[in-house]
Design a protein around this ligand. Structure first.
Ligand SMILES: [Zn+2]
Length: 264
Protein backbone atom coordinates (compact mmCIF):
# COMPACT_ATOMS: atom_id res chain seq x y z
CA UNK A 1 0.00 0.00 0.00
CA UNK A 2 2.85 2.34 1.00
CA UNK A 3 4.81 1.43 -2.16
CA UNK A 4 1.75 2.08 -4.28
CA UNK A 5 1.24 5.49 -2.63
CA UNK A 6 4.91 6.36 -3.27
CA UNK A 7 4.63 5.38 -6.93
CA UNK A 8 1.52 7.47 -7.33
CA UNK A 9 3.27 10.52 -5.86
CA UNK A 10 6.29 9.86 -8.05
CA UNK A 11 4.15 9.79 -11.23
CA UNK A 12 2.33 12.95 -10.10
CA UNK A 13 5.64 14.84 -9.62
CA UNK A 14 6.92 13.64 -13.02
CA UNK A 15 3.75 14.85 -14.72
CA UNK A 16 4.13 18.31 -13.13
CA UNK A 17 7.77 18.57 -14.34
CA UNK A 18 6.75 17.42 -17.81
CA UNK A 19 3.89 19.95 -17.95
CA UNK A 20 6.21 22.77 -16.82
CA UNK A 21 8.71 21.77 -19.51
CA UNK A 22 6.07 21.85 -22.23
CA UNK A 23 4.75 25.25 -21.04
CA UNK A 24 8.26 26.81 -21.07
CA UNK A 25 9.00 25.44 -24.56
CA UNK A 26 5.69 26.70 -25.98
CA UNK A 27 6.26 30.20 -24.46
CA UNK A 28 9.76 30.33 -25.93
CA UNK A 29 8.50 29.41 -29.42
CA UNK A 30 5.71 32.03 -29.25
CA UNK A 31 8.13 34.76 -28.13
CA UNK A 32 10.62 33.92 -30.87
CA UNK A 33 7.85 34.20 -33.47
CA UNK A 34 6.68 37.48 -31.98
CA UNK A 35 10.20 38.85 -32.20
CA UNK A 36 10.34 37.80 -35.85
CA UNK A 37 7.06 39.55 -36.58
CA UNK A 38 8.30 42.72 -34.90
CA UNK A 39 11.40 42.64 -37.01
CA UNK A 40 9.31 42.27 -40.16
CA UNK A 41 7.07 45.19 -39.25
CA UNK A 42 10.14 47.34 -38.52
CA UNK A 43 11.38 46.47 -42.01
CA UNK A 44 8.23 48.05 -43.36
CA UNK A 45 8.61 51.23 -41.34
CA UNK A 46 12.29 51.95 -41.88
CA UNK A 47 12.93 52.70 -45.55
CA UNK A 48 15.48 50.26 -46.88
CA UNK A 49 16.64 52.49 -49.71
CA UNK A 50 19.89 54.35 -49.42
CA UNK A 51 19.10 58.00 -49.07
CA UNK A 52 21.29 59.32 -51.84
CA UNK A 53 18.49 61.56 -53.00
CA UNK A 54 19.86 65.04 -52.57
CA UNK A 55 20.16 65.29 -56.34
CA UNK A 56 16.48 64.44 -56.79
CA UNK A 57 15.56 68.09 -56.21
CA UNK A 58 17.60 68.98 -59.30
CA UNK A 59 15.57 66.58 -61.40
CA UNK A 60 12.24 68.37 -61.02
CA UNK A 61 12.21 69.13 -64.73
CA UNK A 62 12.67 65.50 -65.67
CA UNK A 63 9.24 64.03 -66.44
CA UNK A 64 10.33 60.41 -66.29
CA UNK A 65 11.83 60.99 -62.87
CA UNK A 66 8.65 62.68 -61.62
CA UNK A 67 6.51 59.83 -62.94
CA UNK A 68 8.74 57.32 -61.19
CA UNK A 69 8.42 59.35 -57.99
CA UNK A 70 4.61 59.41 -58.42
CA UNK A 71 4.58 55.64 -58.90
CA UNK A 72 6.52 55.28 -55.63
CA UNK A 73 4.23 57.78 -53.85
CA UNK A 74 7.16 60.14 -53.44
CA UNK A 75 5.66 63.41 -54.68
CA UNK A 76 4.43 66.20 -52.46
CA UNK A 77 2.86 69.60 -53.16
CA UNK A 78 3.10 72.10 -50.33
CA UNK A 79 0.47 74.84 -50.47
CA UNK A 80 0.14 78.05 -48.47
CA UNK A 81 -3.11 80.03 -48.20
CA UNK A 82 -4.10 83.52 -47.04
CA UNK A 83 -0.80 85.30 -47.79
CA UNK A 84 1.35 87.03 -48.51
CA UNK A 85 2.22 88.01 -44.97
CA UNK A 86 5.19 89.36 -43.04
CA UNK A 87 6.52 85.76 -42.90
CA UNK A 88 6.26 84.91 -46.59
CA UNK A 89 9.72 86.14 -47.61
CA UNK A 90 11.37 84.15 -44.81
CA UNK A 91 9.50 81.06 -45.99
CA UNK A 92 10.61 81.62 -49.59
CA UNK A 93 14.23 81.96 -48.40
CA UNK A 94 13.92 78.58 -46.66
CA UNK A 95 12.35 77.00 -49.77
CA UNK A 96 15.13 78.42 -51.95
CA UNK A 97 17.86 77.11 -49.64
CA UNK A 98 16.39 73.63 -50.05
CA UNK A 99 15.70 73.94 -53.78
CA UNK A 100 12.01 73.38 -53.11
CA UNK A 101 8.96 74.98 -54.72
CA UNK A 102 5.48 75.44 -53.29
CA UNK A 103 2.13 76.88 -54.36
CA UNK A 104 0.76 80.06 -52.83
CA UNK A 105 -3.00 80.68 -52.92
CA UNK A 106 -3.03 84.38 -52.22
CA UNK A 107 -5.62 86.97 -51.24
CA UNK A 108 -5.79 90.03 -53.52
CA UNK A 109 -6.20 92.26 -50.51
CA UNK A 110 -2.97 90.96 -48.93
CA UNK A 111 -1.04 91.15 -52.22
CA UNK A 112 -1.93 94.85 -52.38
CA UNK A 113 -0.11 95.28 -49.04
CA UNK A 114 2.89 93.10 -49.95
CA UNK A 115 3.39 93.05 -53.72
CA UNK A 116 7.16 92.48 -53.33
CA UNK A 117 6.55 89.21 -51.45
CA UNK A 118 4.37 87.91 -54.27
CA UNK A 119 6.97 88.93 -56.86
CA UNK A 120 9.67 87.16 -54.84
CA UNK A 121 7.56 83.99 -54.62
CA UNK A 122 6.89 83.99 -58.35
CA UNK A 123 10.46 84.85 -59.40
CA UNK A 124 11.84 81.97 -57.34
CA UNK A 125 9.77 79.40 -59.24
CA UNK A 126 6.83 79.02 -56.91
CA UNK A 127 3.32 78.78 -58.31
CA UNK A 128 0.74 81.47 -57.61
CA UNK A 129 -2.94 80.61 -57.36
CA UNK A 130 -6.01 82.63 -56.40
CA UNK A 131 -7.64 82.45 -52.99
CA UNK A 132 -10.11 85.31 -53.76
CA UNK A 133 -9.86 89.02 -53.01
CA UNK A 134 -10.90 89.12 -49.36
CA UNK A 135 -11.70 85.59 -48.14
CA UNK A 136 -15.49 85.65 -48.32
CA UNK A 137 -17.49 82.44 -48.15
CA UNK A 138 -18.36 81.72 -51.81
CA UNK A 139 -21.42 79.63 -50.99
CA UNK A 140 -23.07 82.78 -49.60
CA UNK A 141 -22.27 84.88 -52.68
CA UNK A 142 -24.10 85.42 -55.96
CA UNK A 143 -22.42 84.43 -59.20
CA UNK A 144 -21.54 88.08 -59.87
CA UNK A 145 -20.01 88.51 -56.43
CA UNK A 146 -17.94 85.34 -56.85
CA UNK A 147 -16.67 86.57 -60.19
CA UNK A 148 -15.76 89.92 -58.69
CA UNK A 149 -13.81 88.23 -55.86
CA UNK A 150 -11.96 86.10 -58.40
CA UNK A 151 -11.30 88.65 -61.14
CA UNK A 152 -10.08 91.32 -58.72
CA UNK A 153 -7.50 88.91 -57.26
CA UNK A 154 -6.59 87.62 -60.71
CA UNK A 155 -5.85 91.13 -62.01
CA UNK A 156 -3.76 92.09 -58.97
CA UNK A 157 -1.67 88.91 -59.35
CA UNK A 158 -1.17 89.11 -63.10
CA UNK A 159 -0.18 92.78 -62.90
CA UNK A 160 2.77 91.73 -60.76
CA UNK A 161 3.72 88.38 -62.29
CA UNK A 162 2.65 89.08 -65.87
CA UNK A 163 1.09 85.64 -65.85
CA UNK A 164 -2.59 84.80 -65.43
CA UNK A 165 -3.13 82.33 -62.59
CA UNK A 166 -5.22 79.31 -63.55
CA UNK A 167 -5.59 77.65 -60.17
CA UNK A 168 -7.95 78.65 -57.40
CA UNK A 169 -8.56 77.42 -53.89
CA UNK A 170 -11.87 78.80 -52.70
CA UNK A 171 -11.92 80.27 -49.19
CA UNK A 172 -12.56 77.61 -46.49
CA UNK A 173 -12.50 75.00 -49.26
CA UNK A 174 -16.23 75.57 -49.35
CA UNK A 175 -17.32 74.67 -52.85
CA UNK A 176 -20.41 73.33 -54.63
CA UNK A 177 -21.38 72.42 -58.20
CA UNK A 178 -22.59 75.94 -58.98
CA UNK A 179 -19.29 77.54 -57.87
CA UNK A 180 -17.28 74.88 -59.71
CA UNK A 181 -19.15 75.67 -62.91
CA UNK A 182 -18.59 79.43 -62.54
CA UNK A 183 -14.87 78.80 -62.02
CA UNK A 184 -14.43 76.36 -64.88
CA UNK A 185 -16.37 78.71 -67.21
CA UNK A 186 -13.57 81.16 -66.46
CA UNK A 187 -10.84 78.59 -67.05
CA UNK A 188 -9.94 78.18 -63.41
CA UNK A 189 -9.15 74.82 -61.84
CA UNK A 190 -10.33 74.44 -58.28
CA UNK A 191 -7.82 72.77 -55.97
CA UNK A 192 -8.41 71.43 -52.48
CA UNK A 193 -5.99 69.30 -50.40
CA UNK A 194 -5.41 65.81 -48.95
CA UNK A 195 -3.59 66.77 -45.78
CA UNK A 196 -4.87 69.65 -43.66
CA UNK A 197 -2.10 70.77 -41.28
CA UNK A 198 -4.60 72.55 -38.97
CA UNK A 199 -1.76 75.05 -38.49
CA UNK A 200 -4.18 77.98 -37.98
CA UNK A 201 -5.60 76.13 -34.98
CA UNK A 202 -2.53 74.39 -33.51
CA UNK A 203 -0.14 77.40 -33.69
CA UNK A 204 2.69 75.25 -32.33
CA UNK A 205 5.62 74.24 -34.53
CA UNK A 206 6.10 70.75 -33.10
CA UNK A 207 2.38 69.98 -33.00
CA UNK A 208 1.86 71.07 -36.62
CA UNK A 209 4.88 69.02 -37.71
CA UNK A 210 3.71 65.92 -35.82
CA UNK A 211 0.16 66.24 -37.14
CA UNK A 212 1.23 66.56 -40.77
CA UNK A 213 3.69 63.68 -40.51
CA UNK A 214 0.94 61.53 -39.02
CA UNK A 215 -1.47 62.27 -41.86
CA UNK A 216 1.08 62.25 -44.70
CA UNK A 217 1.00 59.20 -46.97
CA UNK A 218 2.90 60.40 -50.04
CA UNK A 219 1.54 61.98 -53.27
CA UNK A 220 -0.29 64.50 -51.10
CA UNK A 221 -1.28 68.14 -51.38
CA UNK A 222 -0.59 69.67 -47.96
CA UNK A 223 -2.56 72.70 -46.79
CA UNK A 224 -0.74 75.28 -44.66
CA UNK A 225 -0.92 79.06 -44.12
CA UNK A 226 2.05 81.40 -44.51
CA UNK A 227 0.39 83.88 -42.17
CA UNK A 228 1.81 82.24 -39.01
CA UNK A 229 5.44 81.99 -37.85
CA UNK A 230 4.81 78.51 -36.44
CA UNK A 231 3.59 77.35 -39.87
CA UNK A 232 6.79 78.53 -41.53
CA UNK A 233 8.91 76.76 -38.92
CA UNK A 234 6.86 73.56 -39.20
CA UNK A 235 7.02 73.67 -43.01
CA UNK A 236 10.83 73.87 -42.82
CA UNK A 237 10.93 70.81 -40.57
CA UNK A 238 8.50 68.93 -42.83
CA UNK A 239 10.62 69.70 -45.90
CA UNK A 240 13.84 68.55 -44.20
CA UNK A 241 12.27 65.28 -43.07
CA UNK A 242 10.66 64.51 -46.42
CA UNK A 243 13.77 65.43 -48.41
CA UNK A 244 15.75 63.02 -46.26
CA UNK A 245 13.22 60.37 -47.24
CA UNK A 246 13.73 61.16 -50.94
CA UNK A 247 10.41 62.94 -51.59
CA UNK A 248 10.25 65.50 -54.39
CA UNK A 249 8.42 68.80 -53.95
CA UNK A 250 6.42 70.02 -56.93
CA UNK A 251 3.91 72.78 -57.61
CA UNK A 252 0.22 71.88 -57.68
CA UNK A 253 0.11 72.24 -61.50
CA UNK A 254 3.03 69.86 -61.90
CA UNK A 255 1.47 67.45 -59.43
CA UNK A 256 -1.90 67.44 -61.24
CA UNK A 257 -0.23 67.08 -64.64
CA UNK A 258 1.84 64.07 -63.56
CA UNK A 259 -1.19 62.56 -61.81
CA UNK A 260 -3.34 62.91 -64.94
CA UNK A 261 -0.65 61.55 -67.24
CA UNK A 262 -0.21 58.53 -64.98
CA UNK A 263 -3.96 57.86 -65.06
CA UNK A 264 -4.23 57.94 -68.84
ZN1 LIG B 1 -7.99 80.79 -46.47
Amino acid sequence: MKIFYFKKRYIFMLSIILLLGITISVTLVINTNKKDNNLHSLDNIIPQEECECNDSTKMKENDEFLKEQYKNKKLVALTFDDGPSEYTSTLIDELKKRNVVATFFVLGKEVEKKPEALKFAFDTGNEIGIHSYEHKLFTKLSEEEILLQVSKAKDIISNITEKKPNLIRVPYGSINKKIKKVLSDHELTSVLWNVDSLDWKLRNTQKIYDYVMKKFKGNDIILMHDSFKTSIEAATLIIDTLQNKCYTFVTVSEFLRIKNEMKS
